[in-house]
Design a protein around this ligand. Structure first.
Ligand code: TRP
Length: 358
């Protein structure tokens, strides 16, 4: 089943006249997006935008680990938007949202923080791992700085991101599942103790939960410098693939283990010709296939995927006013729903103090 079919099979029966269900998901603006983002999430979004009312968030409140490099964060807002447009997300169909352009995110975060026990954050495995990385002396972005309070509470804000548009579905990578679980628990608790405002959001995980880095490390990540970016030129892709880690040293004609060679992981993720890939694996394990042959194939496959994105990107780069307009429209739409939700929240929490003696 390909990505499109998988999404289709999980689609709810759309009754005519019923409003489309809402999706919220987001990305932190830290730099250009890479193949890990694409296979793990973006590819799904492309399908989902046709079927759901989608809110794609640029989470610029949630990059306090990059406080020492604000210029990079501000620039990344454009990088991310251009990448979204380049892959074919349609700002007429989906709303591109700047998080800080909807300050209700901050407001709801403050209220929800009342109902999220500290212990729940302390047990959150994703948060734990990220805080350790920030503090590690070799983390390229942070050089071992201490964890900002804003970083510690970002899962709370992520819960607010999801609940503010009253989203039904949250397409994310596996590492984000603990946050979606927090959102579900918070929605249940709020609905039970105050008023039933929030749908219990469900997570939807992408086709390739985790793409390894070009260096063979467990994850593609900007700070490790082991990414292939969506905006990389054909020559850059060729160079990065040529330098890719391809398993333990092995003679060109020596058989090898498919699982030990990440090039196959990439072919599994991006090569649509399943029959040829399994044939290649067969030959690799029994007769040996040179890494050069594997890498040439991967380079071709990746450049076929990325070329239309490069072209679309170039068009938008020549029309940044249109890019800006996409953000403005999407943020405006998100803000309208946010205001609606906050009315409901204020009512549920009985915040209209002044009504009493009016
Ligand atoms: N924390 C997510 C990440 O690092 C990005 C994100 C922010 C997000 N807000 C969100 C994802 C809300 C899903 C829903 O990838």
């Amino acid at each position: 089943m390909n990505a499109a079919e998988r999404v289709r099979s999980s689609r709810p029966e759309a009754k005519p006249g019923t409003p489309r269900k809402r999706i919220l998901t987001g990305i932190r603006p830290t730099g250009p997006l890479h193949l890990g983002h694409y296979a793990g999430a973006l590819e799904n979004w492309l399908e989902l935008q046709h079927e759901y009312d989608c809110y794609f968030l640029i989470a610029d409140y949630q990059v306090s680990d990059h406080a020492n490099d604000l210029a990079r964060v501000r620039n990344a807002v454009w990088e991310v938007t251009l990448d979204w447009l380049a892959i074919g997300l349609d700002p007429e169909k989906a709303s591109f949202v700047i998080e800080s352009g909807v300050p209700e995110h901050a407001e709801l975060t403050t209220w929800l923080a009342w109902f999220l026990p500290v212990g729940m954050l302390e047990r959150n495995p994703t948060l734990k791992a990220e805080m350790e990385a920030i503090q590690a002396p070799d983390d390229a972005a942070t050089k071992g700085r201490s964890v900002p309070v804003a970083f510690y509470i970002y899962p709370v804000m992520q819960v607010a991101n999801i609940l503010l548009p009253r989203a039904h579905l949250v397409p994310v990578g596996v590492d984000q599942l603990p946050h979606v679980e927090l959102a579900r628990e918070t929605a249940r608790r709020f609905n039970r103790e105050f008023k039933p405002i929030f749908p219990e959001p469900e997570a939807l995980v992408g086709r390739v939960p985790r793409l390894v880095g070009t260096d063979g490390e467990a994850k593609m990540s900007k700070s490790r410098g082991n990414t292939i970016d969506l905006k990389d030129s054909a020559a850059t892709v060729a160079k990065k693939v040529r330098a890719m880690y391809a398993g333990p040293p092995r003679g060109a004609k020596e058989p090898g283990l498919v699982e030990a060679n990440p090039v196959f992981g990439y072919l599994d993720a991006f090569d649509n010709d399943d029959a040829e890939v399994s044939d290649l694996k067969e030959r690799y394990e029994h007769h040996g296939v040179s890494n050069v042959e594997l890498k040439d194939r991967l380079t071709r496959v990746l450049n076929e995927l990325l070329e239309p994105m490069r072209q679309r990107r170039a068009q938008y780069e020549g029309n940044m006013a249109r890019v800006s307009e996409a953000l403005e429209q999407g943020t405006g739409r998100a803000r309208a729903i946010a205001r609606e939700t906050m009315e409901m929240v204020r009512d549920a929490l009985d915040l209209d103090y002044l009504r009493k003696y009016r």
